[in-house]
Design a protein around this ligand. Sequence first.
Ligand code: DX5
Ligand code: ZN
Length: 224
Amino acid sequence: MKVRIAPSLLAADFSKLGDEVRTVEIGGADLLHVDVMDGHFVPPITVGANVVRDIRKVTRIPLDVHLMVERPDDLLDQFVDAGAACVTVHVEAARHLDRTVRYIKSRGIRAGVALNPATPLNSVYYVLGLVDIVLVMSVNPGWGGQPFLDYTLAKVEALKSEIRHRKLNTLIEVDGGVGLDNAAKLAKAGANILVAGTAVFGASDYAIAIRDLRAAGSSSASEP
Ligand code: DX5
Ligand code: ZN
């Protein structure tokens, strides 16, 4: 099983965003992870749908939008219209998660649900058959460059076992502190998509960083 690499633009140089996007596209990125923060769900403010719309024009890579916002329902249409391939909402912010997930899917794109490190896995179990992706946060959301929280590895394993048990195709995405030191372990535990901000944009050669992460992950990725 091949693990997919999703560079997180949060760690890119925003003064030359188009170039950064093209460089990771040429470098082999499978998805482009866009972190949207509203200053409420998490303290920082990052980018809105206008940035997604403009990135869409310069790349063919699917845009994986991670909404770290309060009241995500108010923003869904904006991001779908801007060209997101997948929109992920936090279970801690989506009060009517089932309705939100169904709405995203009704707009014809993939729906993801994200869990903060301390949020129990069973908060997504009832909608597991509806969602395309579960994003397991392996740091507390808000900033790039934080150290990976080791206990989240067991969470990935437990989620994978539930997905297997129920014979679902749900993908597991892991976000935060992912690097060469943990990519193999994460893939073995069941991660299908590795988000990497600092590990890609902090490297001198993005293509080599993506290739090495994929190689580390793919050599030990577990079967579905
Ligand atoms: C954190 C974001 C992450 C972040 C990861 O709140 O959701 O996507 O960009 O950055 P690194 O890979 O540097 O931990
Ligand atoms: Zn993210």
